[in-house]
Design a binder for this molecule. Structure first.
Ligand SMILES: Nc1ncnc2c1ncn2[C@@H]1O[C@H](COP(=O)(O)OP(=O)(O)OP(=O)(O)O)[C@@H](O)[C@H]1O
Length: 364
């Protein structure tokens, strides 16, 4: 068969994005197509660099082309990505494509540890990532990124102070911990904490980002409401342990975001401390806090289960030493990279299938 542009596109329109359930041509993912008599080249522009289906999609393209043109056609495919967004226009953070909240009901379940490793794993995949530490009264992000001594620089723009985020491991960071002495017991009234979060959103030069993660305080607080009333939130990642008390609190957190007047999509549930595994014997699993609690929570509320992270000593050590566990090879690296893929995938599905993300209007 002679190779023409139309015939190539016809072959590629039989290849579906398995998540978005539409073909690559309709989705506009095939770009830069060059056609010669015995060779073609094109780009497949995925919805996230952390796409877990990259190889599957590439192989399906090659297979469709082979079916129509045989083995002699030389095919050069460049797999690339342009992270999608579904946010409505607004004055704040216009160049940030997705704002993603990381929430838990109970404290100490590993929300900040999960947020840090997720941020780094997304950055390692090639995405532009920022992380706001909105846990104003207990900021732990500076420690987890080994930047406790850093102070963000400030520049003047139109008479206004603009704060430059601290950057570490490819992630832009902002935390109240950069602005107050580490040992100071700062007691924040609700409105003060909320105005600190607003400042992190409006006065920090975040630049262009694919994902801006917001590490929320535990529970349901004023900060949660401030966030959804200030910026359009793509969705929420709920972190819980499999333990009954943690699940009960996670349920409260989840249902808060589900309330009709808030209605922010839940991207899914992460089960942290899902099981203990000795690092030298990773096939042995001990379910210290119960089994599959996070999975069952996800099933009950019909939201995606984003994955389980084991409890291992090196995750705690990595948090304390400020060198995220995702950098360590083995079980932890795999778990966090898989988590980043799941989260990025759910964001892409959300952006393709739901309404635009808007700032929430909550009536007093
Ligand atoms: N998967 C894990 N394996 C081992 N230790 C973990 C794991 N996840 C978290 N930890 C440890 O548990 C403690 C609590 O974690 P973290 O600070 O992330 O919780 P949190 O939910 O953000 O807490 P809070 O918001 O209440 O301050 C930390 O010492 C952290 O190193």
């Amino acid at each position: 068969m002679t190779v023409t542009r139309e015939k190539v596109l016809a072959a590629l329109s039989r290849v579906e994005d398995p998540d978005l359930k539409k073909d690559l041509v309709t989705l506009g993912m095939i770009q830069g197509l060059e056609v010669a008599s015995d060779a073609i080249s094109f780009k497949v522009v995925l919805t996230t660099p952390a796409c877990p289906l990259k190889e599957v999609i590439k192989n399906n393209c090659l297979e469709a082309l082979r079916e129509d043109f045989g083995d002699s056609l030389k095919v050069n495919i460049l797999m690339t990505a342009n992270v999608t967004t579904a946010r409505a226009d607004g004055p704040l953070l216009p160049k940030v494509k997705n704002i993603v909240a990381i929430a838990s009901g109970k404290g100490g379940v590993g929300k900040s540890t999960t947020a840090s490793n997720l941020a780094v794993a997304l950055a390692l995949s090639g995405a532009k990532v920022g992380l706001i530490d909105a846990d104003i009264s207990g900021p732990s992000i500076p420690t987890m990124f080994n930047v406790e001594a850093e102070q963000p620089s400030v520049r003047q723009e139109d008479g206004k102070n603009i704060i430059m985020p601290v950057e570490q491991y490819g992630v832009k960071l902002m935390s109240i911990g950069f602005l107050t002495p580490a040992e100071a017991a700062v007691v924040w009234r609700g409105p003060m904490a909320s105005s600190a979060l607003k400042q992190f959103i409006s006065d920090v030069d975040w630049g262009e980002l694919d994902y801006l993660l917001i590490d929320l305080p535990p529970g349901t607080s004023d900060i949660h409401l401030t966030m959804v009333q200030t910026v359009p939130v793509t969705g929420v990642v709920i972190v819980t342990t499999p333990q009954k008390v943690a699940l009960a609190d996670a349920t409260k957190g989840l249902t808060m975001f589900r309330q009709p007047q808030i209605n922010v999509p839940i991207l899914g549930v992460v089960e942290n401390m899902a099981y203990f595994t000795p690092e030298e014997l990773p096939e042995n699993k001990y379910y210290l806090f119960g089994k599959d609690g996070g999975l069952k929570l996800a099933e009950r509320f019909e939201v995606p289960f984003l994955g389980g992270i084991p409890i291992v000593q090196s995750i705690r050590e990595s948090g304390d030493s400020g060198y995220p566990a995702v950098f360590k090879s083995g079980v932890t690296e795999g778990a966090y990279r898989d988590l980043a893929e799941s989260v990025a995938r759910q964001i892409a599905i959300r952006n393709a299938s739901k309404n635009k993300t808007e700032v929430v209007q909550v009536n007093p």
